[in-house]
Design a protein around this ligand. Sequence first.
Ligand SMILES: Nc1nc2c(ncn2[C@@H]2O[C@H](COP(=O)(O)OP(=O)(O)O)[C@@H](O)[C@H]2O)c(=O)[nH]1
Ligand SMILES: [Mg+2]
Length: 268
Amino acid sequence: MKKKTIALLGNPNVGKTSLFNRITKLNQKVGNYPGITVEKRQGTVKVHDIEYTVIDLPGTYTLYPNSLDEEVVLNTLLNKESKDYPDLVVVVSEPSTINRGTIIYQQVREIGHPAIFVINMEDEIKDKGLHIDIARLEAYLKTKVYKTNARTGKGIDTLIQNLETPVSPYFGALDLPSQYHDALNEAKKLFPLETEYKTWIHLALDSSSALSEDVNEKLDTIRKRYNLSTQQLQKDEAILRHDRIQNELDNIITKSQNKKLSSNRKDR
Ligand SMILES: Nc1nc2c(ncn2[C@@H]2O[C@H](COP(=O)(O)OP(=O)(O)O)[C@@H](O)[C@H]2O)c(=O)[nH]1
Ligand SMILES: [Mg+2]
């Protein structure tokens, strides 16, 4: 039987574990990531002639880690040698925080992962008076969008049956601030086979356990030469992403009585 790995990724409390339970049913095991106390939840599901290992990644708001949990997420997504490196990333979101889900989704696509987008808690779309134009959202994200209710199981089977549906290619890229272009071009020489965004992530991290000591040192030299603060790079990226995504989503997600989704405005 062919084997593949899929990773469930998303903010905390969007229903990832509930979805994971629905997908893998009783075929699960829970342990720890080697050497750390972060819980590792994985299971399997068979679809046609493929056995998928499903990994329920810890919840995260951004790929830049502020905790051990978030480091696990980043390492899984960056390290091609890792046995958990996914064939497909399933980004899980919920109706009132699709903007935050989109930030992670775009980061993952720009690293180079195929990904699909799930709006879980679909029951809350109606409850909150939201209207989501799924076709436009799919066009914007350049992938299939699925609606699920992990409490009732609605939509889960469709999601599972479509895991093999090919994901559209993704050419979108963040237009990184021009003051960083020179440093980025130098860093690119260290990662000739990677996407520009993956290089940017390495530049914006203080060090990465996915890289050799030698490469980490070379990155450090570049940061020093251009006087770059990793915090500033991360912050600039966050602002850029947030503004662009919000502009797009304002036309895709509306609140009844034509009110814009104000709860989305407040968070960042
Ligand atoms: N209304 C609603 N609640 C859900 C749904 N899926 C999960 N939940 C609830 O959302 C909360 C967080 O779920 P959990 O799976 O722990 O989220 P995680 O932090 O992303 O793993 C729990 O109370 C779930 O019962 C859904 O589709 N609709
Ligand atoms: Mg969970």
